[in-house]
Design a protein around this ligand. Structure first.
Ligand SMILES: Nc1ncnc2c1ncn2[C@@H]1O[C@H](COP(=O)(O)OP(=O)(O)OP(=O)(O)O)[C@@H](O)[C@H]1O
Ligand SMILES: [Mg+2]
Length: 234
């Protein structure tokens, strides 16, 4: 039996008067990798922001570990166990790698040695570059730093918004390996991704959004060429 960790139930979100999400429902099983896909501008990031609390829903619910968190402020959701790596990474270029890293831990006021050692072993580059400015790192290294920062909050659910966007292949591989390892350590991962092969390799389940609606979902084995052609190719 798989246990649900996150239910998004008929979530609708409007921004500046226009409806961006319409009755989006998704179910994430604990210890699974869930890949949310869709073309540009269909509402993937908006869905994630609804889960982390950066947008308030017009209607619908977000339930995390059996608790309705729809009205909970973002910092409380971090404490509840939701880690978030935003699209574009959100690294502060003028802060050092170390400072960027510990901003994550501040949210939870823990800086456990184990969590830190885990981040260093997943991404050794972070340890090597601690005194450098964040802005001096490559895009891929910044992505690793952003993931490391989220991991220091010791999440049960890690949310990644397009971690492979604009990143060189060898670092994409490292990020894929890190996701596999985290899953092995029983983390749940919600991944927004447009890189199809990355999704197919890592995900257990997928959903596709189109103009704010869920148009397909299921086990990743059902992500066939027909489905891809219908909903993902431009
Ligand atoms: N702050 C905002 N103000 C107005 N419109 C917005 C805002 N944020 C998002 N939108 C609109 O909402 C829609 C969905 O945006 P969202 O960022 O969720 O898409 P996405 O699927 O993540 O796209 P991408 O693949 O380009 O990241 C888009 O049409 C976008 O223009
Ligand atoms: Mg987006």
């Amino acid at each position: 039996m798989t246990q649900s960790i996150l239910s998004i139930d008929k979530l609708s979100i409007s921004i500046g008067g226009s409806r961006i999400l319409r009755d989006v429902s998704l179910e994430l099983s604990a210890n699974h990798v869930f890949c949310l896909m869709g073309r540009n501008g269909v509402g993937k990031t908006t869905t994630l922001k609804g889960v982390v609390g950066l947008y308030k829903p017009n209607s619908g619910q977000v339930v995390f570990e059996g608790r309705d968190i729809s009205r909970m402020p973002p910092e409380k959701r971090v404490l509840a166990g939701i880690g978030y790596v935003p699209q574009g990474r959100g690294i502060f270029p003028h802060l050092t790698v170390a400072e960027n890293l510990f901003i994550g831990a501040v949210a939870k006021r823990t800086k456990t040695k184990e969590a830190l050692e885990r981040v260093y072993s997943l991404f050794p580059i972070i340890k090597d570059f601690l005194p450098r400015k964040g802005g001096m790192l490559s895009g891929g290294q910044q992505q690793q730093l952003a993931i490391g920062r989220a991991l220091l909050t010791e999440p049960k659910l890690l949310i990644l918004d397009e971690p492979t966007e604009g990143i060189q292949p060898n670092i994409i591989d490292q990020i894929g390996e890190a996701i596999k390892l985290l899953k092995k350590e029983s983390m749940t991962i919600l991944l927004v991704e447009q890189y199809l092969e990355f999704c197919k390799e890592l995900a257990d389940n997928f959903a596709i959004l189109d103009r704010g609606n869920v148009v397909a979902q299921g086990p990743v084995g059902e992500l066939t060429d027909i489905v891809v052609k219908q909903h993902l190719t431009v």
